[in-house]
Design a protein around this ligand. Sequence first.
Ligand SMILES: Nc1ncnc2c1ncn2[C@@H]1O[C@H](COP(=O)(O)OP(=O)(O)OP(=O)(O)O)[C@@H](O)[C@H]1O
Length: 261
Amino acid sequence: MPDAASVIPPKPGEAGPRTPRDRILPGALRIERLVLEAAGKTLVNVEKLTLDPHSVTVIMGPNGAGKSLLLRLVHGLIAPTRGWISWGEVASGEATRSTQAMVFQKPVLLRRSVAANIDFVLRRRAGTKAERRVRRDELLARVGLADRAEQPARLLSGGEQQRLALARALATRPKVLLLDEATASLDPASVQMIEQIVLASSTEQTKIIFVTHDLGQARRLADDVAFLHHGQLTEHRPAEAFFAQPTSEAAKAYLSGRIVL
Ligand SMILES: Nc1ncnc2c1ncn2[C@@H]1O[C@H](COP(=O)(O)OP(=O)(O)OP(=O)(O)O)[C@@H](O)[C@H]1O
């Protein structure tokens, strides 16, 4: 926590207090004193978390730690009981949500063709019909579904459906891509393809926030790891440091394969 003297008061219309460190990270995601309460319980309670705007951040933690809820809070799908989320100087809300996209564990698709699922998203964006068609074909090729464009999306396998969901998310050219257990229970080829697309998107300046239980995947993808336990952030560190020497007892136990309650 920054001490009181180092906190810069918020400007009018700004989300929360700023700290000197935030100023060297323009566009960073800042979470401050974020609390979510429901049914008399505190489900998320993150005092402070600042994420680099271009890294791949992996969120880890045992079942029920609050990972999905944190992602939904960041995406604005649920409102916090208290606290702030902001991107750079902009408080999280309509303006930031339109620059974000989220992929869920269970793909959410339209009961239409593969191509129509992408067209639906592209129709709301600028460009001519011909440009949108080129973009759609590019996206389908990127996720390995170019030859399935005219098939009903519901006939795709689970892995293919998730790749289509990812293509739909990327169609919006998001600044931030949030993935919640997006590869859980998929075939290895789909997992590999999704990981490659996620890493490529990251180098194209999209911020990635990836929730996973899969330690191997976390090691392959993460630039930094945020570890949650009982709704609290126990540590947030560069991936190498986290995996080599976790500092919190919960993360040590989790990484060593012990059951963490
Ligand atoms: N609407 C709700 N009302 C009350 N409790 C909830 C609600 N939604 C989630 N919870 C509880 O909040 C806790 C955190 O849930 P969350 O889904 O974020 O965990 P998670 O870390 O993603 O877990 P998992 O790895 O099992 O998916 C859980 O104990 C869950 O039962």
